[in-house]
Design a protein around this ligand. Sequence first.
Ligand code: SF4
Ligand code: SF4
Length: 347
Amino acid sequence: MGVKEYFFNVKNTAVTIFEGMTVTFSHLLRRPITVQYPDRTPEPIENYIEDRFRGILEVDLQSCIGCLLCMKACPLNCIYIEVDRDPELGRVMTQFDIDEGKCMYCGLCTEACPTKTLRHTKEFELSTDTPDEMVLRFIEPGEKVPFYKPQKGVEPPRRPLGEILRTEIFPKLKKNLEYREKGLELIRKRIEHWEDREKLIEFAKYLKKKAGSGDTKALTDVLIEIIGDADFSHQGYNFPKELAAALASGKERVELLDPMGWGSKYLILDIKLALRIARGQSVNDLVGFDLDSILKDVEPEPPKPAAPKRPAARPAPKKPTAEAKKPAEEKKEEKPSSEEKPGEDKK
Ligand code: SF4
Ligand code: SF4
């Protein structure tokens, strides 16, 4: 390689590196575009979704003409419509089901719909316990929906996209939705207080009040609250109470816990904080500021007195005394028990 070629290569390398780094460094100055779905999105999630997105199907029956074209167009038989005749209402639909578990979101049914009343929405969250729950039932059994009669020059009535799913279908469909929302709310709060010092202090004070007495029962109750609906079944704890009791009594170590899912890091921090406060240990290294001195003035609630013991279901049988035996024997004479031998009676 000649000297000229050598310096040419050096220059070429420097230029290439510079060009590459300009792209990299330009990203340093841009605003981040990461969206922390689902808990901290600055706008409703639909706003991030393109209008052409093919989400969960929805039909607005007030403008459905019952032509069955959508049912015929579907290559997977996801749509099932039942039509009947009513003496008063004329032709009616008695069933309109869409099986979202089978749907491949091809859009052929929406293309076929002449009134465009069958639409893909921007909804996409449909986690259910069983595939059967993914069948969207737009007509309840026993209900009759008359066909829409189109009029020339009149636009069929339209409800906002996704409203029927959100207000009518999902609440019926997702029995676990409330449960899931409750869990998400708990995780949101947890993350919030670890990111906001004031909220963390408030939470630590609550822990000190409730579990600071060192009472195992009080600590168990607080840990049940913290664990909430987090899943530890893979570690042999099917109920929060089991895990809370094991942690409070020292039979389980928080370091060995392996919670699954989003927000689990904060769950472990909460448990550690509660355990340390209950045991009178320092929490400063955990929270990163002097929380111990703030908690010094907080008085823990005295432990609740144990519930009175319930009397034994059946008192221990006493040995019958001579006096007690008498009436018993008299009774025996009146009414022989099944334990008496037949021979003794005759005597
Ligand atoms: S989107 Fe495709 S698969 Fe889904 S119901 Fe419509 S036609 Fe069937
Ligand atoms: S949803 Fe559309 S294609 Fe399906 S029956 Fe109604 S009008 Fe016809």
